[in-house]
Design a protein around this ligand. Structure first.
Ligand code: AMP
Ligand code: MG
Length: 268
């Protein structure tokens, strides 16, 4: 695939193969230009999120998926810099607790769906239940296989209820992951981020890519499409996500509730 015209979104029904996407794609932009554009989008996001909050009829969830070190935390920092905390719910999904495991896999996800008016950011999500769970063989194949349809139905339920999902797969190359893991191993401020599973997961790189290919292909619907975000360059990743979230909110075009002009006469 030519790097000058890499799509962010693949039409529903077509196969998505991550190997076809260049993780280092950056439109030929340089860092300064990309960061300046990202700041403009973040400024616009502040006002749009405020309108969504005031309208209080719909919500947005930014779903961030990607292998370890793909930049989920950094993306959240960028978005949170543009949106007032009172409009924002950030939720990180870790390995499920005993209580969570005693429910269906979507139970904890549904509970984290933002109320109308709010923007949720999911740091990992129900997609772990068809990716890490599959690669680490945590449930039988027939269980995770049934989940693609269950996820599509769940996301349709959310979409019908006025929740827009912005699903972003942060795509980094194996080489870039090595550099980031090495950085984490050496930097005392980052070592805490490394768990024993991270290095084991890297040895299953191909299995993760395959599990993601399937998740992105099978759950790329009209009501909740996937975006493959080139993420080797952090500043380009930020730009792409900022653009996407801004575009989504602009399309929603949230409105302030109508003003009751009788209030004008009530102030003494
Ligand atoms: P981190 O995001 O680096 O803090 O790590 C969270 C860990 O929890 C990752 O290794 C995820 O793969 C794991 N995790 C998240 N959701 C699930 C799940 N549903 N089942 C098993 N592991 C999960
Ligand atoms: Mg981790």
């Amino acid at each position: 695939m030519g790097s000058s015209d890499q799509p962010l979104h693949v039409p529903a029904g077509r196969d998505i193969r991550l190997a076809d996407f260049d993780a280092d794609y950056h439109e030929g932009l340089d860092r300064d230009a990309a960061e300046a554009e990202t700041r403009r989008h973040c400024d616009a996001l502040d006002e749009l999120a405020y309108r969504l909050f005031a309208e209080a009829k719909r919500a947005v969830i930014v779903v961030l998926q990607g292998i370890d070190t793909s930049g989920k935390d950094g993306t959240i920092r960028m978005l949170a810099g543009g949106i007032s905390p009172q409009c924002l719910d950030v939720k990180s999904f870790k390995a499920p607790s005993a209580l969570e495991l005693a429910h269906d896999f979507l139970w904890r996800v549904h509970a984290a769906v933002p109320a109308h008016g709010r923007i949720g950011i999911f740091n990992r999500s129900h997609y772990e239940d068809v990716v890490v769970v599959r690669v680490r063989k945590l449930v039988p194949k027939e269980v995770w296989k049934a989940r693609y349809d269950q996820i599509n139905a769940f996301e349709k339920l959310l979409a019908d209820g006025g929740i827009t999902l912005v699903k972003c797969f942060l795509h980094i190359s194996k080489k870039e992951q090595r550099e980031r893991l090495e950085d984490r191993l050496r930097d005392p401020k980052k070592q805490w981020k490394l768990g024993p599973d991270d290095l084991t997961d890297r040895t299953r790189w191909d299995d993760f890519q395959q599990a993601y290919d399937d998740a992105l292909t099978l759950c790329n619907t009209e009501h909740a499409p996937w975006h493959v975000v080139p993420a080797d360059k952090k500043w380009y990743r930020n730009l792409v996500v900022a653009r996407l979230v801004r575009k989504t909110l602009e399309q929603l075009d949230p409105r302030f509730p109508p003003f009751d002009s009788r209030l004008l006469t009530k102030l003494d």
